[in-house]
Design a protein around this ligand. Structure first.
Ligand SMILES: Nc1nc2c(c(=O)[nH]1)N[C@H]1C(S)=C(S)[C@@H](COP(=O)(O)O)O[C@H]1N2
Ligand SMILES: [Mo]
Length: 322
């Protein structure tokens, strides 16, 4: 068994998003600490004590929107190679630390441009629509990828329930930011709560999945329990985890990685092999867990979902709106 020293690890295996943070935290540690302190005020210490929630089986129907012909990544890899910076920046940190997150009770607040503000309970959301199994390609901006059998239903079903005002053009998602349950929140250098957003037509697209599970069970905490969004034609960071609030607006919302480094992470972040990240190529990806011959794969435009989604971006310069 060969044990590799850090110097032997190819740069393609060092997580570029964390890389950015390490440099930045080093340079602006004091500023980041200040930011985190500010954020802490907004973090709910007021929440009643909750519990982590044991995995439950989900009844799913197979979706025609599933990929065919690519084998799903193993459950072990999907649940032990994660990005969830609230629990640390190493890929193994979320599996180690996310057990501390309380996913019951859990409510999702609906705010902004809606007819009426709402609080939706997770157990209501689980039953809102029949749960589908959707096998999707998943592509992180760091150039690794997986194939994941998610369980959920189209986000559009949830949005209909929210009854947004006609003027609402964007949807913003906000993740849980609880200092007690997420001890790394002050260390990881980005500002919390983690937030992401979509244009309304992207959010309403049938492929956009409100996600409650994987491999036929409720999501493990490290994958964003109890509810997250999955947007399969965009880089993984668009898919916010452990969502506590959905906000409708007529303005493009601020998003975590874009605020962090606007030249590296755009608002759209559609998977695009023709637009490289400033620090690495996006032409290929490393398929996690694949056999040696299949590990290096060509990245597909819109992650292979172009037939379904290209029309959303007709006439847009995708180099400018990356
Ligand atoms: N709240 C929150 N959501 C998040 C992240 C995060 O750090 N915090 N990381 C994003 C990134 S960069 C990726 S690649 C995916 C990873 O999802 P997975 O661990 O289930 O594969 O979650 C996204 N959603
Ligand atoms: Mo990512």
């Amino acid at each position: 068994m060969l044990i590799r020293k850090p110097a032997d690890i190819p740069s393609s295996e060092i997580t570029p998003q964390a890389d950015y943070l390490n440099r930045r935290t080093f340079m602006t540690g004091m500023a980041a600490a200040g930011l985190a302190a500010l954020g802490a005020e907004r973090i709910g210490g007021l929440l009643s004590p909750g519990v982590a929630h044991a995995a439950e089986k989900l009844q799913t129907v197979k979706s025609p929107l599933s990929l065919t012909g690519e084998s799903p990544t193993s459950y072990q890899d999907i649940t032990h190679y994660n990005n969830f910076y609230e629990f640390g920046t190493d890929k193994g940190d979320p599996a180690r630390n996310a057990g501390a997150m309380h996913t019951r009770p859990w409510t999702v607040q609906v705010t902004g441009m809606v007819k009426q503000k709402k609080m939706l309970d997770i157990d209501t959301l689980l039953k809102l629509k029949p749960m589908e199994e959707r096998v999707y390609r998943f592509r992180c901006v760091e150039a690794w990828s997986m194939v994941i059998p998610w369980a959920g239903y189209s986000l559009s079903e949830f949005i209909k329930q929210c009854d947004p005002q006609p003027g609402a053009k964007y949807v913003q998602f906000l993740s849980l930011a609880n200092q007690k349950q997420m001890p790394e929140i002050n260390q990881s250098g980005i500002s919390f709560p983690y937030t992401e957003g979509l244009r309304m037509d992207e959010a309403m697209h049938p492929l956009t999945l409100l996600t409650f599970g994987l491999y036929g069970e409720t999501l493990p905490n490290q994958d964003g329990a109890p509810v997250r969004v999955i947007v399969p034609w965009k880089y993984g960071f668009k898919s916010a985890k452990s969502i506590v609030r959905v906000h409708f607006s007529d303005k493009q919302p601020p998003t975590t990685w874009n605020m962090m480094a606007a030249n590296e992470y755009g608002f759209y972040s559609n998977v695009n092999p023709n637009v490289d990240h400033p620090r690495w190529t996006q032409k290929t990806e490393r398929r996690i867990g694949a056999s040696l011959f299949k590990q290096r794969q060509t990245t597909l435009m819109f992650n292979g979902y172009g037939d379904q989604v290209a029309s959303l971006y007709k006439g847009m310069d995708l180099k400018k709106y990356f």
